[in-house]
Design a protein around this ligand. Structure first.
Ligand code: G6Q
Length: 554
């Protein structure tokens, strides 16, 4: 039996082999030739039927290649995959991250109802609330100027040292909530192990007025630890006494011993727990930099927004459930139309880091080829998530969205009320372009229309149209709305993971590279010739040894 056959055999009865999927495949054949123009012409109430509002978030999903029948089948698929059962298991603290034997409870971090959430017989809410309190009290001291540096100066700069989940979330939120920032405190984020990152950041700072947050769940991550030690050396070079570290270094971690070993006062450690996944951790103490920047009250508003989306996701019927709808439309294109990627296009300058954030959230969660039962899957899983701010993208890669050969569904994310009321003319242009793009993607322009509009029947001026998009409208980019938006995507990712029968909360795919790097590191400067790898890797190590030495006169 070939490997491919063996792989197929194992999947009989798997998620993409259920009877509903046969119906979906047959339905897709019919939909493949159906143009959305026709669907809109046939149904003037299409927007009313295919849009949904939750609080200050509106999702218009009417510009998708689907009908009532499509949604009916997709929802049946969600039901058969037991999305509702898995959802409940997640919220109530079951260990659904089974390869790491952990609960998945980022929802408890923003559980503003305070209803108990049990993990191993313990209600986690008291300790969740205690950390939120502690972060707020600490942030208030720094923000008010009560907390002073070792020479008595106020803190003006806060540097978050962390990577991956301990960096991307706080960084994205800090950027998104710029209008709410404290006027004195400036935040910086050091993540890359490339010495240029830490060097450039520190060059512009004064040790007397700088505070470092070493953010690392494990406190063993190589990149974060070397950056933290470099920052510590830089600080000690000027302050000259280890006793001053306590006023300038705090830690966010689950690893108390390692934090103490680094020289950080355990009183200045902000705790979180193994049931918070790195890429889902901005709601935990990993959000300390956010609290410093925007204050405890705004941070709580962020949590409240996420909680509102959690409540909606947990209780709304699947057919009226925003994350479920988004997720199932993604499944429709990924598994039935063969779409490979999904674009995130924020029409809001403050959301410009959202695509990078969602790349991690989605691709690290669902970029997997082995299912929960250890079987190799025979269907496409995690989409390639990518994107950039809308208007800039229009002048760059939208050509391919409009006239390329691939099907790329896109989410357009728009804030209706800007934070810059004095720039209304700018905002109107932004909004007009968002509307025009989604209309153009949907309608396209036929040869006849091209002739009528341009006087030429030029094929290169024709737009096929029929490109799907979702529009997600925020009344305004407030902390609350941002919380809702992020939670919306978290739950979309969860639902897709359930459909694909994946453990969305582990990330074993990052391990191998780490292991090989630790083997290669000492080889870079060893004397013996390197021969233990493949020919390419051996040769590249030797080239590095030869060519990384500065040449005389350069
Ligand atoms: C996220 C991943 C990963 C992680 C970083 C940093 O889900 O696990 O991005 O956040 O590797 O890990 P530490 O916080 O342990 O330093």
């Amino acid at each position: 039996m070939s490997a491919v056959q063996a792989r197929r055999e194992t999947m009989v009865g798997g998620p993409l082999h259920r009877p509903v999927c046969r119906s979906l495949r047959a339905h897709q054949q019919a939909m493949a030739t159906m143009h959305m123009r026709t669907l809109f012409e046939a149904d003037p109430a299409r927007f009313e039927r295919f849009s949904i509002q939750v609080g200050d978030l509106l999702l218009d999903y009417s510009k998708n290649r689907m009908t009532d029948e499509t949604m009916r089948l997709l929802l049946e698929m969600a039901e058969e995959a037991d999305v509702a059962g898995w959802r409940e298991r997640m919220f109530r603290g079951d260990k659904i991250n089974h390869t790491e034997n952990r609960a998945v409870l980022h929802t408890a971090l923003r559980n503003r109802s305070n209803a108990p959430v049990w993990v191993d017989g313990e209600d986690v809410m008291p300790k969740v609330n205690a950390v939120i309190e502690k972060m707020g009290a600490f942030a208030e001291r720094v923000r008010s100027g009560d907390w002073r540096g070792y020479t008595g100066e106020r803190i003006t700069d806060v540097v978050n040292i962390g990577i991956g989940g301990s960096d991307l979330g706080p960084q994205m939120v800090y950027q998104a909530l710029k209008p709410y920032r404290h006027p004195r405190l400036k935040l910086h984020f050091i993540s890359n192990v490339d010495g240029a990152h830490v060097k450039e950041t520190l060059e512009a700072l004064n040790p007397e007025t700088t505070m470092f947050i070493v953010s690392s769940k494990t406190f063993t991550t190589q990149e974060t630890m070397i950056n933290a030690h470099t920052a510590r050396d830089w600080f000690l070079a000027q302050s000259q006494a280890e006793k001053h570290i306590a006023r300038h270094f705090v830690a966010v971690s689950t690893n108390r011993d390692a934090v103490t070993g680094f020289g950080i006062d355990p009183a200045n450690m902000f705790e979180f727990w193994d049931w918070v996944g790195g890429r889902y951790s901005l709601w935990s103490a990993i959000g300390l930099s956010i609290v410093l920047a925007v204050g405890a009250e705004r941070f709580v508003e962020l949590l409240e927004g996420a909680h509102e989306m959690d409540e909606h996701f947990r209780h709304a019927p699947l057919a009226e459930n925003m994350p479920v709808i988004l997720a199932m439309l993604g499944i429709w294109y990924n598994n039935f139309f063969g779409a490979e990627s999904h674009a995130i296009l924020p029409y809001d300058h403050y959301l410009r880091s959202l695509p990078a954030y969602l790349e991690q959230a989605d691709m690290e969660s669902n970029g997997k080829s082995v299912d929960r039962d250890g079987r190799l899957v025979d269907y496409a899983t995690g989409q390639i998530i990518w994107g950039a701010t809308g208007i800039n993208g229009q002048h760059a890669f939208y050509q391919l969205l409009h006239q390329g050969t691939r099907l790329i569904p896109a989410d357009f994310i728009v804030s209706l009320e800007p934070h810059t009321p004095d720039m209304q003319a700018h905002h109107d242009i932004l909004i007009a372009n968002f509307l025009a793009q989604t209309e153009a993607l949907m309608r396209g322009r036929t040869l006849e229309e091209t002739r009528a509009q341009t006087g030429q029947a030029a094929p290169h001026k024709v737009f096929e149209g029929n490109h799907p998009s979702n529009a997600i409208l925020l009344r305004k980019l407030t902390p609350h709305a941002l919380g809702m938006l992020i939670a919306l995507y978290e739950h979309k990712i969860f639902v897709q993971g359930v459909i694909w029968n994946l453990d969305s909360y582990d990330q074993w795919g990052v391990e191998l590279g780490k292991q090989l790097a630790s083997r290669i590191l000492p080889e870079l400067h060893a004397d013996a010739p390197v021969a233990g790898h493949d020919a390419s890797t051996n040769a590249l190590i030797n080239v590095y040894r030869r060519m990384s030495q500065p040449r005389a006169g350069h």
